[in-house]
Design a protein around this ligand. Structure first.
Ligand code: CO
Length: 465
């Protein structure tokens, strides 16, 4: 064997709890174990981005920037990593370039070392500004290939995309298999070819959803993959990543040895077992098994629960099987987009509408019309003329980079939230989630005054008037 040391990115502070605990882990549940984690020797710890930003503000009343700074203070030796949706940042639509650049600069200022950036459509134009800004700020730009399967995707599609990203200046490439559908022997061929054609590190990100990911990682390692994403065992498997300890044990005393200390990992596992048990509920059980829908329809775990919710709202749960069968047809109509945010939501919603109205494309949400007009980017293959006409009539399709149509936003945003700003980062928080941010800013202000009130009360007790 001519292998080399394999790097481990630990995902427990981002993807693992996003996948298994609806992203509800709080900063105070992370901090007590940071010192131990920092001694392990991970390639990196993924701890920001994805849904964590939104959830911090919306459900936990936490400032995500504050979480980042606190974790940075604890992780003195371990690079911190985040996931960014390219021109969509951590939101669900395109933002103008001034917001994208400022968000990236501030993320790096506050402690992010590696930014993994992806575009749902693999449209490299949506990654240009991000990659450039990351590199300008001196951080590591990891560009992403979103993996999917369809009659128009094959190994050459992903090799060509990887080369384009390499030529754009990516420092490393991530193969992102968000649904867990990359099969072991395909991974072997893909990684082997990539390693022979590109001389930057290749990282593999998969989910255990279909039960294949551990085997896929092992074949990818044999093919020369440099880094894998794993989660500490209490928050591994199911819709999360393969377990960290498993790979440390599997690779020990081989040329691929990770070098990580299994005893220290055990301490980390004990901590997160308690955290997980505190959050355990019915949903946790549902995301833990093997999901065969992924193998049959490519429908990832999160999408299944959305479909069930939409159908039960319409009192049409009996149409569930019909909707599952409709999904591949809608995906074909839309030019085979990968089923990842925000396209997974669009394809799912349209499939539900096609079935419950009894007529295809009778009702069409605005997001889908925008997609057909090219406002999210270029689909993997052009959309057929009859589908296009059905959805947007004779309206034009844009052929420029979507963000070229957006005007700078920062000066206006700054004026709008002037009275709440306590740090420059607040403007970016407001740019991404205006209403949620305002609620959070008001909560933060009120909390501050409450504390002042208490102090006044106490003063009054000591010095009664
Ligand atoms: Co993931």
């Amino acid at each position: 064997m001519d292998g080399k040391k394999v790097g481990i990115t630990e995902t427990v502070l981002r993807d693992a709890h996003q996948s298994l605990m609806a992203t509800r882990m709080r900063t105070d549940e992370m901090l007590p174990i940071v010192d131990t984690m920092d001694k392990i020797g991970y390639h990196s710890v993924e701890m920001w981005g994805g849904a964590t930003f939104d959830t911090c503000l919306r459900y936990l009343n936490e400032d995500p920037w504050d979480r980042l700074r606190k974790l940075k203070a604890g992780f003195k030796n371990t690079p911190l990593q985040m996931l960014l949706r390219g021109q969509n940042l951590l939101g669900y639509k395109n933002y103008p370039d001034d917001v994208v650049k400022e968000f990236i600069y501030k993320s790096i200022d506050n402690g992010i070392d590696i930014i993994r950036v992806f575009d749902a459509l693999n449209d490299v134009r949506n990654l240009e500004v991000s990659i450039k800004a990351i590199k300008e700020a001196g951080a590591h730009a990891q560009a992403t290939v979103v993996y999917t399967t369809s009659p128009v995707h094959n190994i050459q599609t992903f090799i060509k995309l990887s080369k384009d990203l390499y030529n754009m200046g990516a420092d490393s490439i991530c193969i992102k298999d968000m649904s867990g559908i990359l099969r072991p022997y395909e991974a072997y061929n893909l990684i082997k070819t990539l390693k022979s054609e590109i001389d930057i590190p290749i990282q593999l990100h998969s989910h255990y959803t279909s039960g294949m990911a551990s085997m896929t990682y092992l074949k990818a390692i044999e093919a020369g993959v440099d880094i894998i994403d794993t989660a500490i065992s209490p928050l591994a498997l199911g819709t999360s990543q393969p377990a960290t300890e498993t790979f440390v044990a599997v690779l020990k005393d081989t040329p691929y040895d990770t070098g990580l200390d299994i005893k220290l990992l055990n301490k980390v596992a004990q901590h997160f077992k308690k955290v997980r048990d505190n959050h355990m509920n019915g949903d946790t059980a549902r995301v833990m098994g093997i999901d065969t829908n992924v193998l049959m329809y490519q429908v990832p775990g999160g999408m299944v629960s959305n479909l069930v919710a939409q159908l039960s709202q319409a009192d049409a749960l009996d149409k569930y099987d019909k909707v599952l069968e409709e999904i591949p047809h809608v995906r074909e109509d839309l030019g085979y987009p990968p089923l990842v945010t925000p396209l997974s939501q669009m394809v799912g919603t349209q499939s539900v509408l096609n079935i419950i109205t009894g007529e295809r494309y009778k009702m069409i949400p605005n997001e889908l019309k925008d997609y057909i007009r090219g406002l999210y980017g270029r689909p993997p293959v052009p959309i057929k003329k009859d589908i296009k006409e059905k959805i947007i009539g004779n309206k034009d399709v844009i052929d420029v980079r979507p963000a070229d149509l957006l005007k700078p936003m920062l000066p206006r945003l700054k004026r709008e939230v002037a009275e709440y700003i306590e740090q420059d980062e607040d403007i970016l928080t407001y740019a991404l989630f205006p209403q949620v941010a305002l609620d959070f800013f008001k909560y933060r202000k009120a909390k501050k005054y409450n504390i002042d009130d208490n102090i006044l009360d106490k003063d009054n007790e000591v010095y009664p008037v």
